[in-house]
Structures are given as C-alpha cells and as structure tokens.
Write a protein that binds this ligand. Sequence first.
Ligand SMILES: Nc1ncnc2c1ncn2[C@@H]1O[C@H](COP(=O)(O)OP(=O)(O)OP(=O)(O)O)[C@@H](O)[C@H]1O
Ligand SMILES: [Mg+2]
Length: 339
Amino acid sequence: MLWFRSKRIGIDLGTSNTYIYIPKKGTILRESSVVAKNKQTNEVIAIGNEAKEMMGRTPKGVATVCPLKRGVIADYETTASMMDHYLKLSRSISRDLMRKPRAVICVPSGSTSIEKRAVLDAAKHAGIHKVCTLDSIMAAALGANLPVWEASGVMMMDIGGGTTETAVFSLSGIVVTESIKVAGQEMDKAIMRHIQKAYHLVIGVSTAESIKIEIGAAFLPTQQEREVEMAVCGRDLWTGLPKTIHITAGEVEQALFDPLSLIIDSVRKTLEKTPPELSADVFERGIVVAGGGALLKNFNTMLSQAIGIPVSIAENPLDCTVLGTARALKQKQQPVISS
Ligand SMILES: Nc1ncnc2c1ncn2[C@@H]1O[C@H](COP(=O)(O)OP(=O)(O)OP(=O)(O)O)[C@@H](O)[C@H]1O
Ligand SMILES: [Mg+2]
C-alpha cells in the first residue's frame, strides 16, 4: 500500500534507448543509452542523444560508450552516471520526484541475480528510494494492452537494440520465453559487413543504422521498391580515402536476411515449447511485436509469411515497455514485480 502512495517512476533502461515515465505526465524522457567520456580522466563529456551524435566523430582523447550490452549492464560506473543524469533531468520536469521516489525498472527476462542487483544498485545510487524490477517482455505486453491475465495464450515479441525476446503469457505469468542476442544492432552490423565485402568500404555504426531506417526492409514485394537507392559515404579500404557509393534497398534486404532468419527461428522455438492449448490461442490471436526493430519496414508481413500466424505491430513500439511499467505502477498489488 505504501508503494501505491509514494512518488513513482517507470524506467526502461535499454541497450539503445532509455525511457522514463511519470504517472499523469507520461513519457518524459527519451534518450539514447550512450555516454561520451574523456579516455584519460574518465570525465563525462556528454550523455544521451548528444553523445550518440558524437559516435564515430570523437577526437583522439574522447570515447563514446554504450554502457549496456544486450540488455544488461556491462559498465556499471557509466550506467550509474547516465542514470544519475537522467534522474536529475526528470526531477527538473517533475519536482515531486525530489522526495524519495520509487521506481519500476525493466530487465531482460532471464537476467541473473547479479545483473538485476547491478540495475537496482545503479538506481539507488541515482537517489531512488525503493526499486523493483519487472521482466521487460512482461512490461512490453502490458504496454501493448495485451490481456496477459486471461486463461489463454497471448504472444508478445520485443525487438530492441541488443536483444529479441519472445514470450507466451497466460494467467498473468510467462509460460515460455526465448531470448536471443540478435536485434537492431546486429542488423546494423550485417549492413556494415555487406558494404565492406561488396564495396570495400568501411562505414560507421550510425551510418549503418540510418541505412536500415531509411531504406531497410524485412521484405520488399516489388522490383521497383528493391531499386530504391541511397548514397553512402565511408572510407575506401584500399586507398584509405573517403568514397561515396550507392546502395539499393534490395541489397539491404539481402544483408538483413541472416539476422532476420535468427529472429524467425527464435519465434519458432517459442512456439515449439508452447503447450498445445495455448498454441491454439496464439494461432487465433496472432503475435504482437514491440521495440524499435518492429519499425523495420514490412517486418510483420515477413514474419507472418514465415510462421503462418497473424503478426501486428504494437501502437507505440518504442514506448511500449516503459508504458508497461506505468501500467504495473498503477496496480495496487503488483504480482508481476519482483525486488
Ligand atoms: N524505423 C526503424 N526501422 C528499423 N529499426 C529501427 C527503426 N527505428 C529504430 N530502430 C532500431 O530499434 C533499436 C532500438 O529499439 P529499442 O529502443 O526498443 O531498443 P532498447 O530497448 O534500447 O534495446 P534492448 O531492449 O535490446 O535493451 C535500434 O537498433 C534502432 O536502430
Ligand atoms: Mg527494450
């Protein structure tokens, strides 16, 4: 009951992005999970979207760090500084948070107790009075308004930056779950590999991500769509000089084949492990996909054709998980949350 009365905050601490939600105010913070640091002194130079803009463009003594790898904290100190900064920003938006706030933070399902402890410690370091963790796939399902409490199978998929999680829920619990470390960032790497192999051109992660967002697709039905081009600038491997090439959407579709095949396999594995009664429900209702990866053009058509089940994209794929923390925060009794 005490939990219900205190100042509350929902946090999605993702590999690519961090989102913060405050009841009545909505999602008040959407920032990249990136920090720019001085390599020698470790002094923080920029955090969030500003640091992301610096990726691949930093001078000698500065490094950009993504402190979360594949959904879990890889660099505790940097994560703590980032969380500290985001909490300060949130306090400037909602002064209520000055007084002993309590938070629900999402963690990938299957996180070890050490990984969860690191998240809880980083939050406490940032001044959060009491913290609970919530499985991020459960949060995504709550955020997508799926009826996880019903006695029937409901399937959700979240394609983030570092991980793709798939789960089937029934009676407010996760019945089966599958998590792979292939998501948006692996798609970017596949595009980088293709461009290096085909054109001997080295490009940065940010360029690869913008190619994926601009002309990338899981499936292109017409030749006309495959021929759409984009100019890409990088460093020629042989001459070491800058060079511009033109890449087609069809090439990007091909380059994304391998990571997307692994994502399809993980859905198949989840379905194979699902009890038959619940499979029948999933077959009827279909799968809902959230996370930034769900925004890849025609992802739902491709997945639906590959597994023969209807696939829909959640209304706010990027905000879905943090919206789920908000819905969990509203519950007086919180059966899905652990501390
Ligand atoms: N329009 C788009 N098309 C394809 N991919 C996109 C698009 N917009 C964003 N993305 C990708 O979505 C990913 C980020 O999604 P999201 O914010 O859900 O990840 P995250 O929650 O930080 O990561 P994780 O859940 O793995 O810890 C990035 O890899 C980004 O490139
Ligand atoms: Mg996520």
